[in-house]
Design a protein around this ligand. Structure first.
Ligand SMILES: Nc1ncnc2c1ncn2[C@@H]1O[C@H](COP(=O)(O)OP(=O)(O)OP(=O)(O)O)[C@@H](O)[C@H]1O
Length: 620
């Protein structure tokens, strides 16, 4: 008896993957790319690579590439390396096979010399063509006859040799037979526009013919940033025109990129209007002169959202769709190098052209602040120029620190609005750190200017600055203050009397982070079940309480303090507390709303009663 295991054992059978050609062609032509437009790029790319390959062995060979669109048909002819019948079988008809990585240095040399590398590009043409015909003659094997390869989108093809006169000179012509419904992609104007968009910087002269007999150049080299200009201002003008044509705006300034180590040349145009830091502008990336994408978001660091860049590089790799950059270490390095170039430009402006820097910062200070957070050196450099909202107006921190020695800051815009005028009236320098990046930068300030002291503004610091009231005046108001303290104790708020500016402000509600925390804790305690309430209660401690600072300079306060009726005094104190709380723009707790309601109705009650009393008296 044989065991089950033995019975199941059969010799391993060697198999190959089965490929459904129709499915593969469909996948590569219709689903890899975002738009049919890429077929023009693939045609140009193969033609350019073919000329590059021929020039490697025959540097003086013709380098003609002619793209034409006529009567709904597109063709492209090159004077490149061409193919023999055998090569047609192995290269054109084998999906994934490319001649461009077969050399002794393999893939690396392909990436250095050629645009293509994957062996799938030609199939992209099936997105607009139902049939691709290639007529080619090898330059490497002069005796070989011309060959015709005819491929259909069902994955079938035929190969035949042609008589000598069918193609006397080496090179290749690719003809596309349109697929029904794709006429718009093969219309002459469209083809010419796409060829210019993709191919204007390609290294050989490419012409376009629309069938009317005229030929127009597709290529327009050298790139605008590499052209000779009679004067720097002529160059600036040319670049501004390029930017306007490309991106639709006139740049505030232009930053040159010339980074031979990173294999990158190009420019970055500074946006004339503020841009959202969350918006990463689409940069235009060319790979060896071929446009790869106009949405290369990851080409520059995130903080450089105030520029749109156009670069040509031979260092980066495309993804298989050739529509974006392969996110690898090289891209990281290029991104860093481009970021460093933008920083250098800023530093040079700071050192040599403060006026231009000021114009730039008036639009893009947010971007620079975002960058400076991670770059103390740059922060130090930009410090005199970066604007902050302060109790002395919009100022640079350096100037502000020189006037105050110590810088106080508030964490929120509301706090700043409420306290800054009062603090300023009493000689305290306050910066609003409620805006994006400002708190981070203030925290960084002592690193770049060690002499400057930066502290968060707390209720204690403000109260300390306000003038104390003479003892006799305070004693005279002792009864009133006692009523007020008792009334507001339940709200977790202390009452103090000070004389401060502006006179028109009757009361100031001050708390700091700890006091706010305590407020939240006690609110949570009153809402919690008994276990939590006990735990939260045990946390109650020495946290500073919020305080209501009454202004002895304010006539209303003096009148309230002199009210004979304790009931009315309590209502008035609640009203002052409520008003100050509203002015501080803090969110109201339910208890605060109840208090405000009560105080408001109490005042109405009192006002209508006394009015009724008056009229009753008048009636007598
Ligand atoms: N115009 C041409 N002249 C000579 N050979 C060509 C031409 N077009 C294509 N070939 C040959 O056919 C092969 C396959 O071309 P295909 O466009 O599919 O891929 P590729 O260019 O090698 O790589 P990629 O998929 O990255 O474009 C090429 O490697 C090349 O050897």
């Amino acid at each position: 008896m044989t065991s089950t295991t033995e019975a199941a054992q059969t010799p391993p059978e060697s198999n190959s993957f089965q490929v459904d050609l129709r499915g593969l062609v469909d996948l590569l032509s219709h689903h890899l790319y975002s738009s049919p437009r890429v077929y023009v790029r693939e045609l140009l790319q193969n033609a350019v690579d073919a000329v590059t390959a021929r020039r490697a062995t025959d540097p003086g060979c013709p380098d003609r590439i002619r793209l034409s669109a006529e009567a709904g048909r597109v063709s492209i002819e090159d004077s490149g390396i061409g193919l023999t019948a055998d090569e047609v079988h192995t290269l054109l008809a084998t999906i994934g096979r490319s001649s461009k990585r077969g050399g002794e240095h393999g893939l690396e040399s392909a990436r250095r010399e050629f645009l293509g590398q994957f062996g799938i590009g030609l199939l992209a043409c099936f997105v607009v063509a139902r049939e691709i015909r290639v007529v080619t003659r090898s330059a490497r094997t002069p005796g070989a006859p011309p060959v015709e390869w005819l491929a259909r989108d069902d994955g079938s093809y035929t190969v035949r040799t042609l008589p000598d006169e069918a193609r006397p000179a080496p090179g290749t012509t690719v003809f596309l037979e349109p697929r029904p419904g794709s006429g718009e992609w093969l219309a002459p104007a469209r083809v010419e526009e796409l060829a210019r968009d993709f191919g204007s910087l390609l290294p050989y002269d490419i012409v376009f013919a629309d069938g009317g007999g005229a030929e127009r150049p597709v290529t327009d080299r050298p790139a605008v940033w590499d052209r000779e200009h009679p004067t720097p201002s002529a160059r600036r003008e040319a670049l501004a025109g390029h930017c306007a044509a490309l991106f639709g705006f006139t740049p505030l300034d232009t930053i040159d990129f010339d980074l031979p180590v990173a294999g990158v040349r190009g420019v970055a145009y500074v946006l004339p209007d503020p841009a959202s830091p969350a918006h990463r502008g689409g940069h235009r990336a060319y790979l060896k002169g071929m446009l790869l994408t106009d949405r290369a978001d990851n080409l520059l660091p995130e903080w450089a959202f105030f520029v749109r860049a156009v670069v040509d590089t031979d260092a980066l790799r495309p993804t298989a769709s050739r529509e974006s950059l392969y996110d690898d270490e090289t891209l990281d390095a290029v991104r860093e190098a481009l970021g460093a170039a933008v920083r250098r430009w800023l530093a040079e402006l700071a050192a040599g052209d403060p006026q231009r820097l000021a114009a730039f910062l008036s639009v893009h200070h947010l971007g620079v602040k975002s960058l400076a957070r991670h770059d103390p050196e740059l922060f130090g450099l930009m410090l005199p120029w970066l604007p902050f909202e302060t109790s002395d107006g919009r100022l640079g921190l350096e100037e502000f620190a020189a006037a105050h020695g110590e810088i106080h800051f508030t964490r929120t815009v509301e706090e700043f609005r409420q306290i800054a005028p009062i603090a300023a009236a009493h000689g305290l320098g306050v910066v609003n750190a409620g805006y994006t990046y400002d708190a981070d930068l203030l925290a960084l300030l002592p690193t770049v200017r060690p002499a400057v002291k930066v502290t968060e503004l707390d209720a204690g610091a403000v109260t300390e600055r306000l003038d104390p009231v003479p003892t006799e005046a305070e004693l005279a108001l002792a009864a009133f203050l006692a009523t007020a303290r008792t009334r507001l104790d339940a709200e977790g708020c202390d009452v103090v009397l000070r004389a401060f500016q502006p006179v028109a402000v009757p009361a100031l509600y001050l708390d700091d982070r700890q006091a706010r925390h305590e407020r939240d804790r006690s609110a949570a305690e009153s809402n919690a079940d008994s276990l939590w309430s006990d735990i939260l209660g045990s946390l109650r401690g020495s946290a500073p309480r919020a305080r209501l600072v009454l202004n002895h300079n304010n006539p209303l306060i003096r009148r309230i303090a002199a009210l004979p009726d304790p009931e009315l005094t309590a209502t008035a104190v609640e009203s002052l507390y409520g008003q100050a709380l509203l002015m501080s723009q803090r969110p109201l707790r339910p208890a605060d709303s109840t208090l405000l309601n009560r105080a408001f109705l109490g005042l109405l009650e009192w006002a209508t009663h006394s009015a009724a009393g008056d009229s009753a008296q008048e009636g007598r």
